[in-house]
Ligand binder design. Sequence first.
Ligand code: FEO
Length: 393
Amino acid sequence: MIEIKKNIYWVGIKDWSLRKFHGHELSTHRGSTYNSYVIKDGKTVLVDLVWNPYKEEFAKILEKEVGLRNIDCIIINHAEPDHGGSLEYIMSMIPDTPIYCTKNGADIIKKHFHKDWNFKIVKTGDTLNIGEYELIFVEMQMLHWPDSMLTYVKGANVAMSNDAFGQHYSAQGFFNDEVDTCELYQEAMKYYANILSPFSPLIKKKIEQIRGLNLPIDMIAPSHGVIWRENPMQIVDKYYEWAQDYNEGNVVIVYDTMYESTRAMAEAIGEGLLKNGIKYKLFNASVTDHSDLITEMFKAKGIIVGSCTVNNNYLRTIGAVLEEIKSHKFKGKVAAAFGSFGWSGEAPKLITQRLQEAGLKVVEEPIQFKYVPTEEELRQCVEFGDRFSKSMQ
Ligand code: FEO
């Protein structure tokens, strides 16, 4: 156990080798951690647990450091299996222990384990006196599940925020001032872009509500990655910025290609963007990590999507990219489509429709050329990029 504040301990698992999360949906290049916390006060409180594969290791740590039977209550801020998965195993040893969670949390736990444990339902503003400290509960509904909750430890000024402000980042250190800041922010932003960005309007409101509570916050202890100890509000301020149609002014060109014609068009479009000083990043969707690509699109002001036409449609990797753009509900971005074709040439028009359906502002008619683009046609691609960058300004 690591004491993070007086009588408050980290008792989690560092999953150094994890490379995929949410099944195979999300890449985790730097592993992850499942942060559980124990508060040894008048009452001994366990806050959040760990993923099921680590249940035995976790139980051994608890038994050695705390003594399972000394745990007076469990707080479940969020029941998703990476945090609540080991609950059944732990409860099999201490079955009467009260579980504090939201109403949605109790419903979700029952649907996972089909057990009716001793649930204590809490809502925003409810408190629990545990001795020197008092716990204050703040519901965080849909950030990012219906049950999500924050537990504030009054007296220690620690906000246990569960997924919010977390990172899939297993580092040697435990605190933000002990790790590489660049790595930390890469992972924090990737986490936000991939998991939380669809809920940005709710996040903005929730941050305003929490700021309005005027709770002093010395430390933000999420359930993944490192704990924000040095200037903890920096990540709250970042979330507030990221939640408001965030972009860094650049363009992402994402394409897939069969015989490099669409690639040649992509590069020529990039040349046109540079004429007006607009920086761009180029990604072949079929060889790019999709979680990283979502992060890059989240950061971009413009998204230009290209595919050759095959079987009257775009390539399947581009289909996945378009679905991701839609489901992440990106706001305030401009877009356009392009691609080469052989005979029917539907792809750029279909991509344009998908981009519009996703809520992006399409600022150029789709551009397409037959088979291999000529020098003149590539020049037209440069002009396309030039016009696109001007419409961004
Ligand atoms: Fe880290 Fe939503 O679980």
